[in-house]
Design a protein around this ligand. Structure first.
Ligand code: IOT
Ligand code: MG
Length: 487
């Protein structure tokens, strides 16, 4: 290519591929939306598969492709207006659950952005010739080794050299000249505030209320464990919609049906219990890794039962969860001292990016849109910055959250100790037993899980194998064999 660093095409691919093709031609399908540019600078976007929340807005100069939802009125049109007024600084004012691609036809630049927490992942490859490809899944960009240039504001994608993931809360502008500049739209707050406890409780209730309110609408299903996080969400949905639908999953090994039905009855919810086998939960592993594009075994364990449950949620629903509350509140760390709690929260808040645990892909391949109000920007800001003594108080974890919902939930729900979904469904213990039964030493079980998740990742993300073609038993046996001999 002669005109070095002038992008010849921007191919945006959004949506979840599900069982469909894992690689796509560079541009020009029936679904292609011409986003802008001219003959020498062609910009296309393709919405692939079922992505319920992708839309385009444009005027004579700009085109915005928005995947997901933004708070406030306007949707993609609102983002377009802001971009017109503020250029790349617009995204500091946009909050929601989204990834966006903005094409400035006349000035030949493309801006990419994701929300504060990167909840809708966005991947990018730019060749040394300037060709640019953007996608909401890394696997569709799988490059020949070394093809992509480094870009600011992005991180490597393990196993896919040249493919870059936009960091959470980042806005990246790529100019036709080859210049690339990144800026932050959000950073994890480092300060803490001493707030009067009653005031903190009221503020937490208010921010959660607002976060649920802008997402609450018809066909909303709250996935409910009967713990404080999802019960508080269910109560808030009920307050806004006047009714609430809840779904709880359990397996032949373990369930949380009793605590969930306590909440459902109290709220007068339309409640569904989903009973399934633990084998079918573990069988989700290739699919979960393919959808999150993350090989972290702990995150995978949390998401396996949710992914299994999502298969039972009616297509077209909006799923709302209590996922993520434990991260800013330190809820996963039972019984730790105050200092350690703060340290653990700082650690968890500095390591979430790239785990993709809130990725919409888990729902979109089934025609569902998911939302996670605890990771709404305002909620997260409020929760993170509260002093640890309000998060763990009077011997209770997540004290401020429990207090905030004390008057709208049963007392036993407000007091119920934390039980993770991976525990309540029996997922962690079952997967461990499968490995122990094959001879893995107890101390090596986490390493074996890691090895298996990594091998699945190599197949379904790096190799592009369809998740349903993965033979998990065979892969487990070979990972175990290596683990047992310490290879
Ligand atoms: P957990 O908090 O138990 O569950 C997350 C959400 O999944 C719940 O709020 C609820 O909406 C849904 N859920 C859980 N169990 C069920 C069930 N049986 N039926 C239906 N829905 C259910 C792990 C965890 O403990 O999940 N997630 C933590 C920690 C994440 C750690 N990540 C990190 N450090 N980066 C969390 O904060 O949610
Ligand atoms: Mg929870």
């Amino acid at each position: 290519m002669t005109a070095a660093a002038i992008p010849a095409a921007v191919a945006c691919r959004v949506g979840t591929l599900g069982a469909g093709p894992t690689r796509l031609s560079a541009r020009g399908t029936e679904d292609t939306l011409g986003l802008g540019g001219d003959a020498s600078w062609q910009v296309d976007a393709t919405i692939v598969g079922s992505c319920p929340q992708a839309a385009v807005a444009r005027d004579s100069e700009l085109a915005v492709l928005l995947v997901g939802e933004v708070m406030g009125d306007g949707g993609p049109e609102g983002v377009l207006r802001l971009c017109r007024d503020m250029g790349r600084w617009a995204f500091g004012e946009v909050t929601g659950r989204f990834a966006a691609v903005v094409v400035h036809g006349a000035s030949r630049r493309v801006t990419l952005s994701v929300d504060h927490a990167g909840t809708v992942p966005l991947y990018v490859v730019q060749t040394w010739d300037g060709d640019l490809e953007v996608a909401t899944e890394a696997k569709v960009l799988a490059p020949p080794a070394g093809r992509g240039r480094p870009l600011p504001g992005t991180d490597d994608v393990p196993g896919l050299r040249g493919v870059r993931r936009l960091r959470a809360g980042t806005c990246l502008t790529l100019h036709a000249s080859g210049h690339a500049e990144a800026s932050s739209t959000w950073v994890v707050p480092a300060h803490r505030e001493q707030v009067d406890p009653d005031e903190a409780v009221a503020q937490v209730r208010a921010v959660i209320d607002t976060a649920v309110a802008w997402q609450a609408r018809e066909r909303m299903v709250t996935v409910l464990s009967g713990g404080i996080d999802s019960s508080a969400v269910a109560a808030t949905v009920k307050a806004h919609l006047g009714s609430v639908s809840t779904m709880t999953m359990g397996t032949d090994r373990s369930d949380e049906f009793a605590p969930a039905s306590t909440v459902a009855e109290y709220l007068g919810a339309q409640h569904t219990e989903v009973s399934t086998t633990i084998d079918s939960v573990l069988a989700e592993l290739p699919s979960v890794v393919a959808l999150t594009e993350c090989a972290d075994p702990a995150v995978t364990e949390y998401l396996l039962p949710l992914a299994r449950l999502y298969r039972e949620v009616p297509t077209g629903s909006r799923v709302i969860t209590g996922y993520g509350a434990d991260i800013p509140l330190g809820g996963m760390h039972r019984g730790k001292a105050q200092m350690a709690l703060e340290e653990l929260i700082v650690h968890d808040m500095s390591t979430f990016d790239g785990l993709n645990e809130l990725s919409p892909n888990l729902g979109t391949h089934l025609g569902l849109w998911t939302s996670h109000p605890y990771w709404d920007r305002a909620v997260l800001n409020r929760l993170v910055t509260l002093a640890a003594e309000l998060k763990r108080r009077d011997g209770k974890d997540k004290w401020v959250l429990r207090e905030a919902f004390r008057n709208v939930l049963p007392a036993e729900t407000v007091q119920r100790p934390k039980l993770g979904i991976h525990e309540g469904s029996g997922t962690t213990s079952f997967w461990s037993e499968v490995l122990l039964a094959q001879g893995v030493e107890p101390s090596r079980v986490p390493a074996a899980k890691s090895r298996i998740s990594g091998a699945v990742y190599d197949l379904v993300v790096v190799g592009g194998t369809a998740p349903e073609s993965v033979d998990l038993d065979a892969l487990t046996s070979s990972a175990v064999a290596r683990e047992v001999v310490g290879a």
